[in-house]
Ligand binder design. Structure first.
Ligand code: NDP
Length: 447
């Protein structure tokens, strides 16, 4: 395993996020390779993307100036289905971040038990402060290159940070025009043109369903629990909503400028106000403190924005903003406040050192590749509905989502036990996700 890791670092020495994601997986796979030495070549192959596409995205801003961004699509692994994974529009986007996300996605998609390979893409474009017309021109320019590389049976992108319903609509419109075909090429589409009910809610709801299952293993629940949540985007909003449904009390949210603490709890009315602020008015979370009484707002400079948020005394923490937002020191603060569970809504929000702190102190900890898989699982359900040319009801999709999350929890929990690491959801998720891919890649001759 060490030689595999060393070769990854030697090939791409400037990709720290990718190294971090690979190292975490390799650390878990030792017992599997011992039991199945024939799978070592699979590991070597999996750390190399099947294909990486990088392209220029040139577009004109509202003042008529040419802007040039960089676009990417990482087609990581197609052993069990078409590449599947979101598009991220954020100034921090680079190959290292997208490769880490695509690598994680391969395991996550395998855990859903749906036929989806893994991919990820995006651009260093920053949608913040751009007009609707600028976002539209950018999305059209982005799709003018990407369309030739994707397809309903090849690669089906979705949203991620900075890519929500508005962006998916513009991207879909341009794809349809270029290909002259109406097909389920993207997920997260609007309901009027092939989207699935519950897809917007799916990652946040699925996260809380997973956390509910974890808590139940120790006889605990969300009922009456205080919960800190970071971020205030898609995942954070619907995690907050589901925590409220299950009787919990969310007390924090954040964005890249700062975070709010509402000791009285973010109730359904306040959450509706936040959803309008973030999704329609595209405002900042600081405005929450100006609009409601008894709120503390802490500005965070520099990023990560959650500085201090993890010092709030809570029972459950749901990091839902971005990668590496909880470090070892912040993990210690959570442990000092006797946190029971830390469940990742974002991808890799906890550093490896933070994860070690949680595991050493018996905190229930779930990695994003298991706990936030509800989004891509429901994207898989959107693909099925598109293929069948049918739409299922909210209850049907939500029921399937809940069942998938229960099953992912069961796989991670039972696999960890089977390999002698009870309660270690990181190892359980990595091993369970890996075994299916390993079997498929081996059967297909590792091409
Ligand atoms: P959104 O763009 O809707 O929201 C992201 C939130 O995180 C915003 O509040 C944003 O603040 C904040 N944020 C983003 N980058 C940073 C940063 N560098 N520092 C501090 N805060 C930051 O994205 P999503 O909610 O969709 O995604 C959140 C996380 O969940 C990501 O890690 C994503 O990969 C993961 N995820 C998302 C899925 C989905 O279905 N959407 C599925 C599975 C995982 P601001 O607005 O100020 O930038």
């Amino acid at each position: 395993m060490k030689t595999v890791y060393d070769s990854v670092v030697a090939r791409d020495p400037n990709q720290p996020e990718f190294h971090q994601a690979v190292e975490e997986v390799l650390d878990s796979l030792g017992p599997v390779i011992e039991a199945h030495p024939e799978y070592l070549p699979v590991v070597k192959a999996m750390v190399e993307a099947e294909r990486i596409i990088q392209f220029r995205v040139a577009w004109y801003d509202d003042d008529g100036n040419l802007q040039v961004n960089r676009g990417f699509r990482i087609q990581m692994n197609s052993a069990i289905g078409p590449y599947k994974g979101g598009l991220r529009f954020h100034p921090s986007v680079n190959q290292s971040i997208l490769k880490f996300l695509a690598f994680e996605q391969v395991f996550k998609n395998s855990l859903t038990q749906l036929p989806m390979g893994g991919g990820k893409g995006g651009s260093d474009f920053d949608p913040k402060g751009k007009s609707d017309n600028e976002v539209m021109r950018f999305c059209q320019a982005f799709m003018m290159e990407l369309w030739r590389h994707i397809g309903a049976n090849t690669d089906v992108p979705a949203g991620d940070i900075g890519v929500g319903g508005r962006e998916i609509g513009y991207l879909f419109g341009m794809y349809k025009k270029l290909q002259n075909e109406f097909t389920g090429i993207l997920t997260g589409k609007g309901l009027a043109y092939g989207g699935s009910l519950i897809r917007p809610q799916a990652t946040g709801y699925g996260l809380v369903y997973f956390a509910r299952e974890m808590l139940a293993t120790t006889g605990k629940s969300f009922d009456g629990a205080t919960v800190s949540i970071s971020g205030s985007g898609n995942v954070a909003q619907f995690a907050c909503e589901k925590v409220l449904h299950l009787g919990g009390k969310p007390v924090t949210l954040s964005d890249s400028s700062g975070w709010i603490h509402d000791p009285a709890g973010i109730d359904p009315e306040k959450l509706a106000w936040i959803m309008d602020l973030k999704n329609n008015r595209r405002g900042r979370i600081s405005e929450y403190a100006e609009n409601f009484d008894g709120i503390t707002y802490t500005k965070s400079e520099p990023e990560p924005a959650s500085n201090g948020l993890w010092g709030v005394n809570v029972d459950i923490a749901l990091p839902c903003a971005t990668q590496n937002e909880i470090n070892a020191q912040e993990a210690e603060m959570l442990v000092a406040n006797a946190v029971i569970a830390v469940v990742e809504g974002a991808n890799m929000p906890c550093t490896p050192e933070a994860v070690e702190v949680f595991q050493n102190h018996g905190v229930l900890f779930a990695p994003g590749k298991a706990s936030n898989a509800g989004g891509v699982a429901t994207s898989g359900l959107e693909m099925s509905q598109n293929s069948l040319r049918l739409s299922w009801t909210s209850e049907e999709v939500d029921g399937r989502l809940d069942a998938i999350m229960v099953n992912i929890h069961k796989q991670a929990y039972e696999t960890a036990e089977k390999y002698g690491m009870p309660g270690n959801y990181v190892a359980g998720a990595n091993i369970a996700g890996f075994l299916k891919i390993a079997e498929a890649m081996t059967a297909q001759g590792m091409v």
